[in-house]
Design a binder for this molecule. Structure first.
Ligand SMILES: [Zn+2]
Ligand SMILES: [Zn+2]
Length: 439
């Protein structure tokens, strides 16, 4: 069954969550594939090197969407504390005439439901944006810069939210689809697992969502371009905290101590073995030690050293392997130094895993907006993480990147979302909904 050998192999626990709503959806996707095969190969576009024309409605609303985006940019909110943003979103969705607007899902998430043409009997799809900002002080110097020191939309979630609002407005107006569209606005993407919280709150069942799609801007990718791939597109993001306990003493008499700094240094070097010597070189894994705190005086060997860091992987097998090797290496080296060690390994976001059929649908929708030459269908996966992964564990779907042009990098204090991407993103959402749910 298409539900997915890949998906199930990666996430066996997810199979239990496939509710009855999935069966009609799977049959529907099979019929859609058959229909596409019957039509034969797509005709040549005739404008191979040119971008496709954007939806006129998306172009016309660019200034409105940009003004919402800049409004959100100026008042960034963190994690689940996105009350003003959620209120702004819910107000807009009500103005657009969404059939249902539900707030407080996954604490502060918002979902708007838009039903298609009267008599629609197609499935419901979810389109997701994130609303939260980062604890960064903005240095961009733009007129709409954050008004709050220590908070900033440095990942472009202001742009994601505004673009999905633009699409909701168009979809509520046109109703040019057979089924329903749930526009999902989640809190706490930046480390708070707001996506998981919305899934746990029963969002998928409540709205009968059969498949889900996400989008993130990408600095360095030209505006108007898209990038996607089947399978893992972003990494699992795990965290470790090591407490090494030795025996303190005089720095001039190290033989009477157990030096946790020397043990810790050996551990930092030893952990490089996981990626460099233990893992298959054709697989991906990152192990980075990012904190090393110990000591307080130049002539005292301390009792304790604390290390922390992150492990990134693209498959469950590699994730399990890296966790096991990390424990073995850390305990082995600590023992060789006569030190004790406490290992805390925390599994954060899972792998963001794009399902095969939905990836093709998403890439085709992007190509209908951008032109084939502007959609990279086999982009390299990234070792950053995304909590849209939890929604993809719960339902089939796909996550796509949209170009942010030559901007500062994500999470940089000088970053700004590129408003020129707005008509491309809005058109993508609308085309996607219309192609997954054709009349
Ligand atoms: Zn981010
Ligand atoms: Zn982000």
């Amino acid at each position: 069954m298409r539900a997915g050998p890949d998906h199930i192999r990666e996430f066996p626990e997810a199979t239990a969550r496939f509710s009855l709503v999935m069966l009609p959806y799977l049959a529907y996707m099979a019929r859609k594939r058959q229909k596409a095969n019957d039509l034969g190969p797509a005709a040549p576009s005739g404008c191979k090197d040119d971008r496709m024309p954007l939806l006129p409605e998306s172009l016309a609303m660019k200034d409105d969407v940009a003004s919402w985006r800049r409004h959100l940019h100026a008042q960034p909110e963190l994690l689940y504390d996105v009350h003003q943003t959620a209120e702004f979103v819910a107000d807009k969705l009500r103005q657009f005439g969404c059939d249902e607007v539900v707030t407080g899902i996954g604490r502060t998430g918002v979902v708007g439901l838009i039903r298609g043409r009267p008599g629609s009997n197609g499935p419901t799809i979810g389109l997701r944006a994130d609303m939260d900002a980062l604890p960064v002080t903005e240095t961009s110097g733009v007129a709409w810069a954050s008004r709050t020191a220590g908070r900033m939309h440095a990942c472009g979630h202001d742009g994601h939210t505004a673009m999905l609002l633009g699409a909701a407005s168009q979809l509520a107006q046109s109703r040019n689809f057979n089924g329903s569209v749930a526009v999902i606005f989640q809190p706490a993407e930046e480390g708070g697992a707001g996506g998981r919280e919305m899934v746990r709150d029963g969002m998928m069942e409540r709205f009968g969502i059969a498949s889900v799609y996400g989008m993130h801007n990408l600095p360095g990718l030209p505006v108007g371009d898209f990038a996607i791939r089947k399978g893992p597109i972003m990494a699992a993001t795990d965290e470790f905290i090591l407490t090494i306990r030795g025996r303190s003493g005089h720095a001039a008499m190290p033989h009477n101590t157990i030096d946790p700094i020397v043990a810790g240094s050996a551990i930092v070097a030893g952990l490089q073995m996981i990626a460099a010597r233990n893992a298959d070189p054709l697989e991906s894994v990152v192990v980075s030690v990012t904190k090393f705190n110990a000591g307080f005086a130049h002539n005292v060997i301390p009792d304790e050293a604390k290390l922390a860091g992150t492990v990134r992987s693209l498959t469950t097998a590699m994730r399990d392997f890296a966790e096991r090797r990390l424990g073995e290496i850390v305990r082995g080296i600590a023992a060789a130094h006569g030190a004790e060690v406490d290992v805390r390994y925390i599994r954060n976001y899972p792998v963001t895993f794009n399902h095969a059929d939905e990836t093709v649908v998403a890439a085709d929708a992007a190509a209908s907006v951008a032109g084939d030459d502007h959609v990279e269908r086999e982009t390299a996966p990234m070792m950053g993480g995304e909590d849209f992964s939890y929604m993809l564990e719960s339902r089939p779907g796909a996550f796509i990147f949209i170009g942010n042009g030559d901007s500062s990098g994500l999470h940089s204090s000088s970053y700004d979302f590129n408003d020129d991407a707005i008509p491309h993103g809005v058109s993508y959402w609308v085309k996607l909904a219309e192609s997954v749910l054709p009349l």
